[in-house]
Design a protein around this ligand. Structure first.
Ligand SMILES: Cc1cc2nc3c(=O)[nH]c(=O)nc-3n(C[C@H](O)[C@H](O)[C@H](O)COP(=O)(O)OP(=O)(O)OC[C@H]3O[C@@H](n4cnc5c(N)ncnc54)[C@H](O)[C@@H]3O)c2cc1C
Length: 387
């Protein structure tokens, strides 16, 4: 009998990447995505060296790189004075130091590249308009009543994962008191005082802003997070420009001009999961945000989903005992993702600090040698895919 496919609930970054990793190991996968099309929604994502290495291992980097942007530097600025607090160079020395480049991309371009790579391989089968409602052992049930049987089920159905909440009740996302606004404007509409070839992080009392060019320099991505009790489950709620303007009322002129530039904003409510004690049960495993949703402040949500895909595929490719392979995957991934989840939470407090804490943070940033600061991220960037 032919080997059954791995069934993957969710065709986001984790699900599509997992199907590619499994194909690399000669394993067939069926991806079930609830949306009618693979979602072209979202904003910028940072492709740190670990994410690039994962994409190379998955065989998707060639499809994705042409639409990425190579920023020249990362700038950290005080949002009230525009003072430059830190400057990290991203060119050749960075690539030599970490063994892979640092790129930025639009989520839609990353997803499109993963879809293209999956479609060019005979092993992954992609199904859209297919909502998974339940799992029973290694079988899934779709909303139209169909049942499919596989060798394993991967729940890659995002932060609100239906399958996670069925297998492990009381694991709803935890809102962290942030409204995260995003907007895209044409590169030509960026105010002249803004360095459009850099990744810039502005630190402000009660908020922060990150911006960079995406989509092969065609568009400029702006993300602004503010302290706010607002909660909602959706990724694309309409934003209120007046709320944003009020939150950054005391911003430096160049930052204020940038915030005023987009005619429309979308927003989502910052949420994550507490690090989980387990992600696998028999033939079922969680991957990506379903397993370890994280606040976006270390810019590692997509990277962790890509890393999961590599380890998951390598584990299932190596071991014919499915439950054992999934337990190995969990064992490999859990400590690292938990560390990133907790570090991202801490960063929110630091980025949004006020008063004396903000002054101390700024002084420390100004004094820190750039090399030293970059090395602090070494434990994230130095990750290597399986041999
Ligand atoms: C529409 C959207 C916009 C986003 N925008 C941003 C952004 O601007 N910035 C940012 O940092 N992060 C964004 N993210 C999150 C980011 O993509 C993830 O944090 C990260 O890439 C991990 O990806 P994931 O595949 O685990 O989860 P996701 O990217 O959330 O993908 C999960 C996928 O599963 C599908 N799905 C959910 N339930 C079911 C079901 N029952 N059956 C079948 N399919 C199901 C969803 O439609 C989705 O395509 C966005 C996610 C989505 C879905």
């Amino acid at each position: 009998m032919a080997q059954l496919p791995v069934l993957i609930a969710g065709g986001g970054i984790a699900g599509l990447a997992a199907s590619l990793g499994l194909a690399r190991k000669g394993l067939a996968a069926q991806v079930f995505e609830q949306s009618k099309e693979f979602s072209e929604v979202g904003a910028g994502l940072q492709m740190s060296p670990n994410a690039v290495r994962a994409l190379q291992w998955l065989g998707a980097w060639e499809a994705i790189e042409p639409n990425c942007v190579t920023p020249s530097e990362i700038h950290v600025r005080d949002g009230r004075t525009a003072a430059l607090l830190q400057r990290l160079r991203l060119g050749k020395p960075f690539e030599q130091s970490f063994g892979a480049p640092y790129r930025v991309a639009h989520r839609a371009d990353l997803l499109a590249g993963l879809v293209a790579a999956a479609r060019s391989s005979p092993l992954p089968q992609l199904n859209t308009g297919a909502s998974v409602v339940a799992t029973h052992g290694a079988a899934i049930e779709l909303s139209d009543g169909r049942r499919e049987l596989g060798m394993a089920v991967i729940a890659a159905d995002g932060i609100g994962s239906t399958l996670r909440q069925q297998a492990w009740p009381s694991t709803a996302p935890e809102f962290r008191g942030h409204a995260i606004y995003r907007a895209l404007i044409p590169l030509a509409a960026v105010p002249p005082a803004i360095a459009n070839d850099c990744v810039t992080l502005w630190l402000y009392p009660g908020g922060h802003v990150v911006h960079y060019a995406v989509s092969a320099w065609r568009q400029f991505n702006i993300v602004a997070a503010i302290d706010s009790p607002w909660t909602a489950d959706a990724w694309s709620e309409p934003g209120d420009p007046a709320e944003l303007k009020a939150a950054f009322a005391d911003a430096a002129l160049s930052l204020a001009e940038l915030i005023a530039a987009p005619p429309n904003w979308l927003r989502w409510a910052g949420a994550d999961l507490a690090p989980r004690a387990n992600w696998t049960r028999g033939p079922l495993a969680l991957a990506g945000d379903a397993a370890h949703a994280t606040l976006p402040y270390l810019a590692q949500g997509a990277a962790m989903a890509l890393e999961d895909a590599c380890i998951l595929a390598a584990s299932l490719g190596r071991d014919t005992d499915v439950a054992g392979a999934l337990a190995h995957y969990e064992h490999e991934r859990r400590p690292r993702t938990a560390r990133i989840q907790l570090a991202s939470r801490r960063l929110a407090g630091l980025y949004h600090a006020r008063g004396v804490t903000a002054l101390a943070r700024n002084a420390a940033l100004k004094l820190a040698p750039a090399d030293h600061l970059l090395r602090r991220y070494g434990w994230i960037y130095d990750w290597r895919p399986p041999e």
